[in-house]
Design a protein around this ligand. Structure first.
Ligand SMILES: [Zn+2]
Length: 396
């Protein structure tokens, strides 16, 4: 866009980024419409009731088995119907824009692994919810929330040691210089030294990423090898400082806490709505697995409404981590140049429409992050006045 204060990449790149984003936005809407359409078709055609009754006829009083099998067949069928969209959105588009260099077979293997994981987690999650609905019909939403917290904590702890390694190699970072600098940075920040790991993205994607993952003993910083390759030492340290900011601010725990508040609200609303809905659709009760599409509909709708709020919270945490990075490295320049590189490498739109950023972005736009980083730098004690690039930073 013409008023971008930091156009570090040629306009062609920004155009490509906008096309890439437009495709993903349309896919998001299509996925949403299809999910809602399939849920209602499943309910209104009676297919859901038919499956539940068929399983009950076969397994009688073993309702946990009925529920688990119903969940497995339903989630698998849904994934199968959505497969063309998954292939197009998660693979074909990535290939077309040069972000992925996986073979179709390699991608399909990853797809099967994540499908297996989703089915397993789905069965555990919904089996627990339906057990609460069965035994504790009045207070199931409280137990469901407690289970959600347990689920989130266990998954966050296991992610870097059990889940991420299913898809990428994760090894301790060999570069002694970066590790020593990271430990220095951690010590200066008063943060207990954490493990820094190399995240093997390169064999599958061109995109760069870094993350703080895990909880307690599994908590670690992951640096994508796609990022270690093309970035200077100061740029890598700025990104590390950003991740240390998340660490220092306990952002994983904060996000789980915020997620818990939203989950409690979502389950509470679902409980109130289900009471009337199961009667209207003539189900035996909310614990009748045949009414699964109604429960999922309530939770899905709530998560859509909640998404802008959880995204807004996530964007605040990201800006706080950026601020921490600028303060601890004493300068905005390395963070700004790494953000510019990340934007070009990952085909990010630098300044998306404000409403799109508000609704869908878990991270602030690159333009906003750069403006904020420069603002924080200008307020640092002893900051040079004015910084050499101040006029550009103040552009509209
Ligand atoms: Zn971050």
């Amino acid at each position: 866009m013409s008023d971008d204060p930091a156009p570090a990449s040629p306009p062609d790149d920004d155009l490509r980024a906008q096309q890439y984003e437009a495709i993903h936005n349309r896919l998001f809407l299509l996925r949403l419409a299809l999910t809602l359409g399939l849920l209602w078709a499943y309910l209104l055609t009676g297919a859901s009731t038919l499956l539940a009754e068929g399983l009950r006829a076969r397994f009688g009083g073993w309702w946990p088995v009925v529920n688990a099998l119903y969940t497995l067949i339903t989630l698998f069928g849904f994934s199968a119907l959505m497969f063309p969209l998954s292939y197009f959105g998660d693979y074909a588009v990535e290939r077309r824009y040069g972000l992925s260099h996986q073979t179709p077979e390699g991608w399909f293997l990853d797809y099967l692994k994540s499908l297996g994981l989703e089915l397993l987690l789905g069965i555990v999650f919904f089996s627990a919810i339906y057990a609460f609905l069965h035994f504790l019909p009045g207070s199931w939403w409280v137990w469901a929330t407690a289970f959600y917290v347990l689920f989130a904590v266990v998954l966050s702890s296991l992610a870097p040691v059990l889940i991420l390694p299913l898809f990428h190699k994760i090894e301790p970072l060999e570069s002694p210089e970066i590790v020593a600098a990271a430990e220095d940075l951690a010590r200066q920040s008063g943060v207990r030294v954490v493990g820094v790991f190399r995240w093997g993205l390169e064999e599958k994607t061109e995109a760069a990423n870094a993350a703080l993952a895990g909880l307690g003993r599994t908590r670690r910083i992951l640096l994508g090898d796609t990022l270690l390759k093309g970035y200077g030492r100061d740029e890598i340290l700025a990104i590390l400082a950003h991740e240390l900011g998340h660490y220092r601010h306990s952002d994983i725990a904060r996000l789980i806490t915020a997620g818990t508040v939203l989950a409690a609200l979502g389950f509470f609303i679902a409980q109130a709505a289900l009471k009337g809905l199961v009667v209207a659709f003539r189900f035996g009760g909310p614990d009748d697995i045949g009414s699964f599409p109604l429960l999922v509909f309530c939770l899905f709708l709530f998560s859509l409404v909640a998404m802008p709020f959880s995204n807004a919270y996530s964007r605040r945490r990201e800006l706080a981590a950026d601020e921490y990075a600028v303060r601890s490295t004493g300068s905005a320049a390395p963070l700004v140049s790494s953000l510019n590189k990340l934007a070009a490498q990952n085909l990010a739109v630098r300044r998306p429409a404000a409403w799109l950023e508000f609704l869908l972005y878990s991270h602030p736009s690159i333009a906003r992050r750069i403006e904020r980083a420069r603002l924080v730098e200008a307020r640092l004690p002893g900051a040079k006045q004015p910084p050499h690039d101040a006029p550009r930073a103040r552009a509209p």
